[in-house]
Design a protein around this ligand. Structure first.
Ligand code: ADP
Length: 188
């Protein structure tokens, strides 16, 4: 089973992915986490992307797509993916489609956590105290929310047309959302 989870910054994708990974023995692919590691390790890619990421802009598709192929081609994760933060635009969605068919896999379900901008602002100001991400301040959070609406909403439409989309109310408690996601996955 392969899953994609969508949602604006602060929607709780990471929290819900952790839960799904444990419960269904999946492997989480969070491009945000992978890219932050590149910056932390001061790699060539890390040096290229750090200012873009701090500003809340998307990193070049070429860079992200290459990182994804390295993971999707790895047999040990076959049919156990949960993609979190990828694909973020239509180019990436096409790339993922091509890669999955190249490696004889497919997406089984697409989850979208819906959250309002006001909630995003509140959650990000709380998270900033715990995680110290350079892109977690209000202005950049708004920018990331807008990038999400502009670039990622069309991708969600793409999966909706394929009848794969389930929309979840991300304003509710973590436990309630866990429960709804489990009910959806059980039906696959
Ligand atoms: P959030 O969903 O809270 O914005 P992420 O950790 O998913 O957090 O992403 C943080 C940043 O990493 C993004 O603002 C962007 O700069 C970069 N990034 C993550 N995933 C991608 C992607 N698929 N394509 C381009 N940039 C990405």
């Amino acid at each position: 089973m392969n899953i994609i989870i969508f949602g604006p910054p602060g929607a709780g994708k990471g929290t819900q992915s952790d839960f799904i990974v444990k419960k269904y023995n999946l492997f989480q692919v969070s491009t945000g986490k992978i890219l932050r590691e590149e910056i932390k390790n001061n790699t060539e890619v890390g040096q290229k992307i750090s200012s873009l990421m701090s500003a809340g802009s998307l990193v070049e598709d070429k860079i992200v797509n290459r990182l994804i192929e390295d993971i999707v081609s790895d047999k040990k994760y076959e049919n156990r993916f949960i993609f979190d933060g990828y694909p973020r635009n239509l180019d990436q969605a096409n790339n993922l489609n091509n890669l999955l068919s190249k490696y004889k896999q497919k997406i089984d379900i697409v989850l979208k956590l819906s959250v309002r901008l006001e909630t995003v602002k509140k959650r990000i100001s709380e998270r900033k105290i715990l995680e110290k991400r350079p892109d977690d301040n209000e202005a950049v959070a708004i920018k990331r929310y807008q990038t999400y609406e502009k670039s990622t909403e069309p991708v969600i439409e793409f999966y909706k047309k394929l009848n794969l989309l389930k929309v979840i109310d991300g304003e509710r408690s973590i436990d309630q959302i866990n429960k709804e996601i489990s009910d959806i996955i059980t039906l696959i």
